[in-house]
Design a protein around this ligand. Structure first.
Ligand SMILES: [Zn+2]
Ligand SMILES: [Zn+2]
Length: 384
């Protein structure tokens, strides 16, 4: 059977970049992957054909020879070695296994590999993400939250092995349990020895021959777990905490993923957070501002009494030390800043009008020049 043009196989132009070729191959490989097309001979042929095309086109030297001499230039058509006899599935996986990344494994929700390349693979469960909503009081004091998470936990029937009974699992014949295979490749530089993940066991070193009936061989099942999270004081909206090993359990026993906790802050009805400080807008009546008063202001834990001096001007900021939030690094505590506004009546009775009219020309009611400057100086930074 005549071989198809490699560029045509991958569906790329003759001048395609290495990246385009890799992308195109990945697409074909995923499309025709045997996991997705079980028992489909045609898909398997297409999968092999794509792998062969990629093997040549991804190697600049092979590609050059192919461009110049066609299939003969890369030994495909005539020689017994190389691709003459076709690539076995094992070859393809061991050679190009890494191109698949974490896409295959037949188990949704799991990703990532622990361990190093070329050693036995240790599965790692995926991270779990949860959101935790806190009010300012909880943020100020720190809080313990119990939350229910749905996650993968080790199957209690097989203790995470995925195998039914003690004879349900055996050491992988291909790699003899070490999880890697050594391959001798003939390159123009001579023979090269490469180690890749064992295609038979996927690097685990063992194979489940009789699947656990509870978890269908996965070693994990979905379950609810109540997790107690200790949230330190001073956290803020958008911060992420993590708890090692509290995420999903790994397939066939391995390292658990982490639990990532995203902090959400519930707005306080009266207080506004500014990092570790809190802001409160206090509205005084004209007599309160002029005569002085004792008022109550909200704080995180209840109310605080605040003395207003006679003649307090709008725009004045009163500071209640250490009534803010603790810093997460425990470098002190913020303040509660009380910003004073004065309410000017919008409607007046005739008696009130009369009273104010009587005060209109009173010397103490005339805006004082020094006071004007004082007030201006508070806002000056806004105009600089
Ligand atoms: Zn099980
Ligand atoms: Zn193996």
């Amino acid at each position: 059977m005549a071989k198809r043009d490699y560029y045509e196989v991958l569906g790329v132009e003759k001048n395609a970049s290495a990246d385009e070729i890799k992308k195109a191959y990945r697409k074909k490989a995923i499309q025709f992957h045997p996991d997705k097309n079980p028992g489909d001979k045609q898909a398997e042929e297409n999968f092999k054909e794509a792998a062969e095309a990629y093997d040549v086109l991804s190697d600049p030297q092979k590609r050059q020879r192919y461009d110049q001499f066609g299939h003969a230039g890369v030994g495909g058509a005539s020689q017994g070695g190389g691709f003459g006899g076709g690539m076995s599935m094992e070859d393809i996986f061991s050679q190009f296994g890494d191109i698949f990344g974490g896409h295959f494994g037949g188990f949704g929700g799991f990703s990532g590999f622990g361990g190093s390349r070329g050693g036995r693979r240790v599965n790692r469960g995926s991270d779990l993400r949860v959101k935790v909503k806190l009010n300012l009081k909880e943020i100020a004091n720190g809080v313990e939250k119990k939350i229910k998470v749905k996650k993968y936990v080790p199957c209690s029937h097989c203790h995470g092995s995925g195998a039914e009974g003690s004879d349900g699992v055996k050491t992988c014949d291909t790699c003899k349990g070490c999880g890697v295979v050594t391959r001798i490749a003939n390159t123009i530089l001579g023979q090269m020895q490469t180690q890749t993940t064992c295609p038979t066991c996927g690097g685990e070193g063992k194979i489940v021959v009789k699947k656990c009936t509870e978890c269908n061989g996965e070693g994990v099942v979905r379950d609810d777990e109540i997790i107690t999270i200790n949230i330190p004081s001073g956290v803020a909206e958008g911060m992420q905490l993590s708890m090692n090993g509290k995420g999903n359990a790994a397939r066939h026993g391995g390292i658990n993923g982490d639990l990532l906790i995203l902090i959400e802050e519930e707005p306080h009805p009266e207080l506004i957070r500014d990092e570790n400080d809190l802001l409160y807008n206090l509205l005084l009546s004209v007599p309160q501002a002029a005569l002085g008063a004792t008022v109550e202001v909200p704080t995180i834990d209840g109310k605080a009494k605040l003395k207003i001096e006679p003649g307090t001007q709008p725009g004045k900021v009163l500071r209640l030390r250490n009534k803010g939030l603790p810093s997460i690094n425990s470098y002190g505590t913020g303040d509660l800043l009380v910003n004073v506004s004065v309410y000017i009546p919008e409607t007046l009775s005739s008696t009130e009008k009369e009273t104010l009219n009587g005060l209109k020309n009173s010397p103490n009611f005339q805006p004082d020049k020094t006071m004007k400057e004082k007030i201006f100086s508070r806002f000056k930074h806004l105009f600089d």
